[in-house]
Design a protein around this ligand. Structure first.
Ligand SMILES: [Zn+2]
Length: 181
């Protein structure tokens, strides 16, 4: 009863509207900015709480070790499969010299678009195995040893294209390992 009478008093009737009236613009301004401000506060609180929770999370040592091992295995597997697998070089690349008929011959292998090919096929002197000089005449190739002056002409010569065929045939027959040096 006392309360009601106080509110109804002339003083209260004068002060309350004045106070309420002065507060209305402040409350209005606050409410106007409320959605943005509230969202910002809520998001900040959420982030802080999440970060705190993550940072204060108790981590077991075996988790770290097993994770590191798993990552390591993953990297090894990834590297193995990402690297292009180069096929091994053919064995016949070691087959670069041999006696095909009576003379010793040496050669090199060159990889071309059509596969491996014999190059620099060279005849060696049958007497001293020095590399012989080959020169062509109208009758065919002639060979001459610069060391012991051995020479061969026409039918005495071993034909380079015959020798090349024999080398390839030896490879096809898998008969070159015994002759490789
Ligand atoms: Zn010779």
């Amino acid at each position: 009863m006392k309360k009601d009478s106080w509110i109804k008093s002339p003083l209260a009737l004068g002060i309350i509207p004045a106070v309420v009236g002065s507060l209305i613009p402040i409350i209005h301004d606050y409410i106007k900015e409320l959605p943005l401000g509230t969202t910002f506060i809520l998001v900040s609180n959420y982030l802080i709480k999440t970060l705190t929770r993550v940072l204060s999370f108790e981590i077991k040592l075996w988790w770290v070790l097993s994770s590191a091992a798993a990552i390591l295995v993953f990297i090894v597997i990834l590297r193995r499969f990402s690297q292009p697998q180069t096929p091994p070089l053919p064995k016949f690349l070691n087959y670069t010299e041999g006696v095909l008929k009576n003379w010793k011959w040496s050669w090199k292998w060159k990889h071309t678009n059509s596969g491996w090919q014999i190059t620099q096929l060279t005849a060696h002197c049958p007497k001293c195995t020095t590399t012989m000089i080959q020169y062509k005449t109208s009758f065919g190739p002639n060979f001459e040893c610069p060391r012991c002056t051995y020479s061969a002409s026409e039918y005495q010569c071993e034909m380079p294209h015959h020798i090349e065929s024999l080398i390839i045939d030896n490879i096809d027959r898998n008969n070159f390992i015994a002759e490789s040096y």
